[in-house]
Design a protein around this ligand. Structure first.
Ligand SMILES: [Zn+2]
Length: 73
């Protein structure tokens, strides 16, 4: 019996390269993720970041940056 499961195996093993989403214009780090890893991040609404990179304040939602600024002042 032949079972075709291209879709399943592709999702588990196929990797894509994504540009780091830290928001730094000079950042050119690429991150290799499997589609499954990518979708897991997207489901949690998390950015794709290279190791050690964080999303800068400018890239955050305005409301959140505002709250942080108020706490600091
Ligand atoms: Zn980065």
């Amino acid at each position: 019996m032949a079972v075709q499961r291209f879709d399943l195996s592709d999702r588990e093993t196929e990797t894509w390269d994504f540009l780091c989403e830290c928001g730094d214009e000079r950042c050119e780090r690429w991150i290799t993720l499997t589609l499954a890893q990518y979708e897991a991040l997207r489901e949690r609404d998390e950015p794709i970041l290279a190791a050690g990179h964080t999303v800068g304040l400018a890239a955050l939602a305005p409301r959140k940056a505002h709250a942080l600024a108020r706490d600091g002042g």
